[in-house]
Design a protein around this ligand. Structure first.
Ligand code: 3AT
Ligand code: MG
Length: 335
């Protein structure tokens, strides 16, 4: 259920904007970091091309969606013309090749939902996940990147929220909390619903980009250079937005009935999605609709215990931003 609580925003909240902006600047990856990433991708390509001369490499996740920090890993998707049932074999072969070519800690993971090779680049120390033919990830990476170009407050909010989530221990899907991808969608959805709006709903506009993945059309308006002024009427600062983001998730979100949906730019009802009852391990305690794989709830990893932890963390953050003298310290205190 929800505990709707209307709190008047503290009058001096904007005093924390400079501190938050300098934190944001420090989180953005440096030029040196990006150069090392390019080097890693080059040596990886060389290694793979020997075995699969027609392979194509796509970057996805935070190294390509612009929501990366200096702590982000490198996510790579190989496009190889193989039948999907051969993926496990390719993952094993690829792991062998990378090991031979001197990459460290090479580990084929064929038991998980998404089969990958995980390894470390000895040059940069970066850890790198390689998947095969996961085109939804390539499509949603482009969507996030396009949203990021509309209003810089999205990048500011999302990098700060990701940083908070990592330090507070609520960015670990294997422990039942949310992925970085889920947090970015929460930020986009939130900015789509500000009054006046800070972000449009690109999937509700005339599509200029269409990619078909496994028979599903991923379509949206991607000429975002035309939307540079979209959020200009809204003057909220990053401190005000961060305050409002945590207040929304602490007190205003209707956990019992609502699903947040970047696809529609609104919340929609669990009823409409048939996400009202538990099916298998999917409990739908916090519902975040994937923009393209719409039957996919990114909150499905959350269980009875971790929903409590998440909501306590949202409330903690909201109350620190409301009452603390130096919120930037307490907010990011490691748990
Ligand atoms: P970090 O900076 O690495 O924490 P990230 O954006 O790379 O953040 P993840 O490592 O969680 O985020 O995920 C990598 C990409 O994989 C992001 C997204 O394109 C895709 N992805 C992750 N989880 C899902 C999912 N449940 N459904 C579809 N795509 C997903
Ligand atoms: Mg990543």
């Amino acid at each position: 259920g929800t505990r709707r609580r209307w709190v008047e925003r503290r009058h001096d909240i904007d005093a924390f904007t400079p501190g938050l902006l300098s934190l944001y600047e420090s989180l953005k990856p440096s030029e040196e970091h990006k150069a090392k990433q390019r080097q890693l991708i080059e040596s990886l390509t060389k290694s793979v091309i020997k075995e699969w001369p027609n392979a194509q490499l796509h970057l996805y996740g935070s190294c390509a969606n612009s929501f990366g920090t200096s702590h982000s890993d490198v996510d790579v998707c190989f496009e190889i013309d193989i039948a999907s049932e051969d993926t496990a074999q390719v993952v094993l072969t690829l792991a062998g090749t990378l090991h031979k070519d001197g990459f460290h800690n090479v580990e084929p993971i064929t038991s998980a939902r998404v089969q990958i090779v995980r390894m470390t680049d000895p040059g940069s120390g970066f850890s790198c996940d390689i998947c095969i033919n996961k085109f939804f990830a390539v499509a949603n990476t482009k969507l996030l990147k396009d949203y990021a170009q509309i209003d810089e407050r999205l990048l500011q909010l999302a990098l700060i929220v990701k940083h908070w989530a990592k330090l507070r221990g609520v960015n670990e899907t294997f422990r039942g909390t949310l992925s970085s991808y889920a947090y970015v969608l929460m930020c986009i959805s939130f900015l789509q619903q500000r009054e006046p709006k800070i972000l449009p709903c690109l999937q509700a506009m005339e599509p200029t980009y269409i990619m078909v993945v496994d028979g599903t059309e991923c379509a949206y308006f991607d000429e975002v250079h035309q939307l540079q002024d979209f959020g200009a009427e809204n003057k909220e600062s990053i401190a005000e937005l961060l305050w409002a983001f945590f207040h929304y998730w602490a007190f205003d979100h209707d956990y019992r009935n609502d699903v947040i949906s970047v696809r529609t730019g609104n919340t929609i009802s669990k009823q409409e999605k048939n996400w009202t009852t538990r099916v298998g391990n999917d409990r739908h305690l916090i519902c975040i609709e994937d923009p393209f794989e719409t039957s996919h709830d990114l909150g499905r990893v959350v269980d009875r215990q971790t929903i409590r932890i998440l909501r306590e963390e949202f409330e903690r953050a909201a109350s620190i931003l409301q009452y603390d003298d130096d919120p930037c310290v307490a907010l990011f205190e490691p748990y």
